[in-house]
Design a protein around this ligand. Structure first.
Ligand code: RIB
Ligand code: CA
Length: 325
């Protein structure tokens, strides 16, 4: 597995969130990434709780210097609808962790994203792991900044079935209008959707070993995975959002296809569905009755498979980097 020579500059947009926490731990500890900023948005939990959780995770990972900013407290149109039934009342497994002494930056997430993109000498990879409200606002407020983005690698959507509803994945379902704006932006984009999201797992024995680590970051990862196992049962639990970060570190983990993707905004049963146009009939698209309907359908790279064992090894080896040998 090749690791880029120069660390890839990245920003993460999160709704921390058990699996967002695992993604943050991976991003902070990977020598292949240079985490420039973390922005928070309402999703799994209210945005104020997301900020609190994010600061706690960065402290545990030893990354107290990474700037954090609070973003949208609700989607563009929809009310905020949390996922505490999945992530716990506090959004992070109800582990009862003490809050950070650190404060977020006194600017909106969009402003931290703008400043980070403008300050970077090279193009930045944007990694949304949450509803896309902040990213949509960034692209609509500062459209010229899309030229400063190398790629958007987002956790969201699905080519097959949903999770929040039968048709829609939670991050897209939570703010479908924001997702539609981002997916039609023309920025090179990789969709890390439910088709791969559940494939990268960690088993109970490994979670228990991590949870006894003397390193706060590795220990937190073990406790969070243990929470998911206790809540949902089974012998292993997905690392979720962390898989999208692994795909930034090692893009060859993914098998992708390039197809236009639209977001359903009107369907009673399908609102928030990512409609992946797999027809592959470029010529006939001129006669596609939907060709002029709504936002343009822009081809993006859709992940349909992942090398799950290699992704798991990458996650575990990297998160353990902070722990004693
Ligand atoms: O559908 C899964 C996604 O929704 C993950 O990002 C999880 O953290 C929640 O935000
Ligand atoms: Ca998330």
């Amino acid at each position: 597995m090749s690791v880029p020579q120069r660390p890839v500059p990245v920003v993460l947009d999160v709704d921390t969130g058990v699996d967002d926490a695992l993604a943050l731990l991976l991003a902070v500890r990977s020598p292949a990434l240079d985490l420039r900023a973390v922005t928070c948005v309402a999703g799994n939990a209210p945005v104020e709780q997301v900020v609190r959780n994010t600061l706690v995770v960065l402290d545990a990972a030893g990354a107290g210097d990474v700037p954090v900013a609070c973003g949208s407290q609700r989607p563009l149109l929809e009310p905020a609808r949390d996922a505490r039934h999945v992530h716990g009342e506090d959004g992070m497994g109800d582990l009862g962790l003490p809050g950070s002494t650190r404060r977020p930056r006194a600017v909106h997430a969009v402003e931290l994203l703008r400043a980070t993109l403008e300050a970077a000498e090279e193009l930045v990879t944007v990694v949304p792991l949450a509803p896309l409200t902040n990213i949509a606002l960034l692209l609509r407020t500062y459209p010229h900044l899309s030229d400063r983005i190398a790629r958007i690698v987002f956790m969201g959507g699905a080519a097959a079935v949903g999770n929040a509803t039968a048709a829609a994945e939670f991050n897209v379902w939570h703010d479908p209008e924001a997702a539609a704006i981002v997916l039609s932006s023309g920025v090179p984009t990789t969709m890390y959707g439910l088709d791969v999201f559940y494939d990268v797992t960690v088993d109970a024995a490994t979670a228990e070993e991590l949870a006894t680590s003397d390193d706060a970051g590795a220990r937190l990862a073990g406790l969070l995975i243990g929470h998911q196992l206790a809540r949902f049962g089974g012998t292993a639990s997905t690392i979720g959002d962390a898989g999208a970060v692994a795909a930034v570190i090692a893009p060859d983990l993914l098998t992708t296809v390039r197809h236009p993707v639209r977001v359903e905004l009107a369907g009673t049963w399908t609102r928030g569905q990512t409609v992946v146009d797999r027809r592959g009939r470029a010529g006939d698209l001129e006669h596609d009755p939907h060709r002029l309907h709504g936002l343009p359908a822009v081809p993006i790279d859709v992940a349909l498979a992942i090398d799950a064992p290699r992704a798991r090894r990458l996650f575990l080896d990297t998160v353990r980097r902070g722990s004693a040998p």
